[in-house]
Design a protein around this ligand. Sequence first.
Ligand SMILES: [Zn+2]
Length: 276
Amino acid sequence: MSAVASRVAPENESKLVELSNKHDFSLLFLKESGFTFRVNTKTKVIKIPYGGLEYLWTFSLKAWLLYQAYAQAQLNGEQNLDLETINGYAGTSQLTEYLKESLYAESYDPNKNFSALISVEEIDQEVATEIFLCALGWIIWHEIAHIELGHSSLEINTLSIQEEKDADLYSTNWILSSSTIAAESKKRIVGITIALLAIQSLELDSKSCFKGTHPDASNRIFDNLSQHSEIGDEISQAMSIVTLQSMTKIDIAPMSDLNFSDMLGEALYQINVNKR
Ligand SMILES: [Zn+2]
């Protein structure tokens, strides 16, 4: 079974082996564009598109750069965040947009130009990779959940919204409920948040393949974060706020009179309101 599925919550390794023996599921990486991570619950093959992987990674990097600048602005008591001043942000943002557009291409193009990343520090790339692996782990566990929970339908577009919610929570609980190290839990919750924010970024484009078949991403973020509010992770909340603000082109403004969870609630609310 995939190292990613195990790596995201290594303390559950023996349970993973049990599940793997029970269902004999496998991962298939496809040279496909699109963000259609999916599972065939009959053949138990989880399908991972390359295009989706690329977008998820660059999205993780962009969110990480934004978060750091945001936290710094908050510390300095600044009123606004000037994106131009973030080192490497412009190139990363450009690459993210480019890869997002590529998701809608008919076929996967392996010859992409990643050179815009050259201006990003190696440490930031490493952090992005950690976040990306947690986000991917959450997506894979969401797919495994469809198998384990006995959801009968095949691949996407046929599962019910309730089944999607159940798969989300199964995955979130798998990743968070046995984690005993605070820093580790924080990293994982950031990964979960990033997976859902990446989906949200596609929904805002109204070209998302999840529309109508999955719960709205903004609801999924709220449901999954509130499930583990005891972790009280301000990092993932701040990251969500700033990423959502950048997606919706709302001015990015650190606010001192609201706490992070209020601000996140407000940002998610705005996204829901703007959709109508
Ligand atoms: Zn699903």
